[in-house]
Design a protein around this ligand. Structure first.
Ligand SMILES: [Zn+2]
Ligand SMILES: [Zn+2]
Length: 452
């Protein structure tokens, strides 16, 4: 009998960052976030994997893994060659248009820098993803050479294609130039009592713990990856709703409408931020979990029994409007700001204006307050709705139908901006969802960052 079989559990938990392993009960103790020296402050969500006891199998898997890596790397090279060939053909076809090309030169240059960057980033991330684990140096060299070659050729192709700059560009209004251009992510968290229930069957970890950790980790990604320029201009408003909706208070008692830069200054780590968010959610519930006397006294009037989606949307929409007007001081936020507006191309080729504001509301229940009312959604009347929604629970439930019905359609992909969280894997994607909505950078599942 191997060591693994000594555990009665079928699953174990592994940290994808440092590789530390946990039994199911150990994972529950740390709230499913890695507590190794390396990861203690970073809120890295543990991955649940089935235990595979026999050693031979592990060795076999390792071999298979490296074979797979080589195969993947080879496929990348092959695909790259195909692209290069296509580019050659395209280039040949296009040399006839030399005169036309010269005329368009002026227009091209503007969009080109940006396009070049996009192409470079796309190539870098594609190649890095595939060969990240690869230890085979010579293969890496080959890929690097191919990469350079293909990059040049792809850029040539893009030069041909760029006729007029269609890249999203912020509209600049000279009148309000002195105002700081900002982006705003509004997170509206369900703080009803059911968030204390376990998130995933068989795991003793409350939804609230997992969600607070993922919100914190998503925001902390912005602290770690954004430029200083961006951090100063990316604002995040944290709100909660049950019977009614409010902006959370920070540890000093002020409204939590902060720039990423302020968050970086005020919190020491992702874990520190997660603790604050978890406490703010619990404080918003206005009840003491497990306090039977208080539960009995408050009975049905206890705020934790209510889910007032309408009030959550009302608050979020008012925050959005105040940001568009340039003054969030009525909510304890910044003044003298201006929301950047992007021009976005729809799949049909129409251009729409999208303010650099995102709102994400999530719930694990269905709207039930005020009694016998339906949800009023002020975002539905906007030119472009920036409302995304997430639901924690079953796909066939009333709550999911409601969250689905209020969500926007992604202007770029034509997909609904709604997210169903009903298994461990989906909980893992929350970090990316919260990063995207906090950083006001996307709408739908195709907009999610790929690295989490
Ligand atoms: Zn770790
Ligand atoms: Zn999208």
């Amino acid at each position: 009998m191997t060591l693994n079989n000594a555990f009665s559990e079928e699953f174990e938990f592994i940290c994808s960052d440092c590789g530390k392993r946990y039994s199911e009960s150990e994972a529950a103790q740390v709230g499913s976030f890695c507590n190794s020296d390396l990861c203690a402050d970073s809120m890295t969500l543990l991955q649940r994997v089935r235990i595979t006891p026999p050693q031979e199998e592990e060795i076999f898997e390792e071999e298979a893994e490296s074979e797979k890596e080589i195969a993947v790397a080879a496929a990348v090279v092959e695909e790259a060659k195909n692209v290069a060939e296509t580019v050659e053909v395209v280039a040949e076809e296009k040399t006839d248009n030399e005169e036309e090309k010269a005329q368009k030169e002026e227009n091209k240059d503007e969009g080109l820098g940006e396009k070049e960057k996009e192409v470079d980033e796309a190539i870098t991330s594609a190649v890095e993803e595939e060969v990240e684990e690869d230890k085979n140096e010579s293969l890496e060299e080959t890929i690097q050479e191919d990469r350079e070659e293909i990059k040049d050729e792809v850029i040539e192709e893009v030069k041909e294609e760029v006729k007029t700059p269609t890249i999203k560009a912020p509209k600049i209004s000279p009148v309000k130039k002195e105002r700081i251009e900002v982006g705003l992510g509004i997170l509206v968290c369900d703080t009803s009592g059911s968030m204390e229930d376990y998130a995933i069957e068989g795991q003793r970890i409350p939804k609230l713990t997992l969600v607070a950790g993922s919100v914190a980790r998503g925001i902390w990604d912005l602290v770690e990856y954004m430029s200083e320029f961006g951090k100063e201009r990316a604002y995040i408003a944290l709100c909660g709703f049950n019977k009614k909706a409010d902006v959370f208070k920070d540890p000093q008692g002020n409204s939590f409408i902060k720039s990423v830069m302020e968050i970086e200054k005020e919190f020491s780590s992702a874990r520190n931020l997660a603790e604050y968010i978890s406490n703010a959610m619990k404080a918003h519930q206005e009840y003491v979990p497990g306090n039977l006397i208080k539960e009995t006294l408050l009975g049905k009037q206890n705020t934790k029994n209510f889910t007032n989606v309408t009030d959550g949307l009302r608050l979020a929409h008012e925050l959005k409007e105040s940001c568009l007007k340039g003054d969030m001081t009525p909510f304890g936020g910044p003044s003298n700001i201006r929301a950047v507006e992007d021009v976005c191309l729809t799949p049909e080729g129409d251009s729409v204006n999208v303010p650099n504001i995102r709102c994400l509301i999530y719930s694990d229940g269905s709207h039930n307050y005020p009694n016998k009312t339906t949800i009023t959604n002020p975002f539905a009347n906007d030119e472009t709705s920036v409302l995304m929604s997430a639901f924690f629970g079953k796909e066939d439930s009333r709550g999911f139908k409601q969250m689905e019905s209020i969500a926007c359609i992604c202007p770029k992909h034509g997909e609904p901006g709604t997210f169903l969280v009903n298994n461990a894997e989906r909980y893992h994607q929350l970090r990316g969802l919260f990063r995207m909505s906090s950083g006001a950078s996307g709408f739908c599942k195709y907009c999610l960052p790929r690295d989490v």
